[in-house]
Design a protein around this ligand. Sequence first.
Ligand code: UDP
Length: 375
Amino acid sequence: MRLIVLGTVIDTDDMRQTLDRLVELVADGRARRISHQIATINADFLVHATDDPEVQNILLGASHATADGMPLVWGSRLLGVPVTERVTGADLVPEFAAVAARKQISFYFLGAAEGVAQQAADILIRDNPGLKVVGVDAPTIEAVSSRDPGILQRISDADPDVLFVAFGAPKQDKWIDQNLSQLDVPVCIGVGGTFDFITGRTTRAPVWIRRIGLEWLHRLCNEPRRLWRRYFRDLTYFPGAFFRQWRAVRYNGPAELTVSTSQAKDQITVDLDGALVQSTSDRLRAVMATTQPGSFVVIDARNLTHVDSVGLAALVDFAVAARKTGGSLVWENASTKVLAAIDAASLTRFFRHCAAPAEDLTVDQPPSVAIGHSR
Ligand code: UDP
């Protein structure tokens, strides 16, 4: 299940399901010669996304996004679509190494201070005999910012299945996004300080502290000067923002939705009649699965009575799929209530207001509100 939490997507899968998904994405990436970007999203990252449209678009376009912070776990619970388990980069990489050793999936480690990625690789190979680490690189900050082509060349020569990038969020995720089309690596994951955790350079909180959701407090006590500002901002931002989204998307009415489509050349109009919510959003996903790549999608929302966090995720995925194949997605006739839900979920910028829709797009009078994807 995928939902929107304050302008980013979160997949609710637990660790086991996440690992299965990563194995599937490696196979899919290999078969179709495409790259999937994976994000591990913590609270700080989410705040970045609200300030930076580039980060938001990257996160919304991720093939998989795990909840790597307790605020996201709490937020998903409040929104009625609970994340089963917090999946951090620091937990995911060692678990994935065990699976990769069995399934012949190769890794490449990029980033962290000189020697750290190599040491992390050595530890994972020691603990998982048979694990193939086909490359390790710790480029300098200057080499990364000057876009040294040697970095991409070395990855390309090593030809890994999975690339872990540890430049810290959101720098690593921007780097992956900017280079994805040239990388030809099936799965790329931003992993932040994970190599430092694996090598013991940074110590994690004891498991019981992680379980009760206080790992952030442990980190704050260890690095107060660097982190107090970050946590103060998070603690003051999240409660009100979660409440606002919850109030705008909560729904107890009938879960009924009819999705009908009409096609004219490369434009498909999708008429939503009823409530696009957790139990009905698969109907929209079914239409998405059969839509031609590169389509110009018009969501006619005149009969859309309600949209919740899961329904919004389906719409975001539809917009991303259209955009990635050269098409786009716009809305027509959304009610004030639906627009308020989009706004409370921090998606207004993503679905750009567009009063004068593109050619081909029929507009009803009085002028409909059309929101299109902006990038
Ligand atoms: N790092 C890097 N190159 C950079 C910036 C950071 O290799 O240009 C590394 C840094 O050495 C550390 C990792 O990125 O190993 C993650 O840093 P941080 O703990 O800030 O990331 P977070 O987990 O908070 O996203």
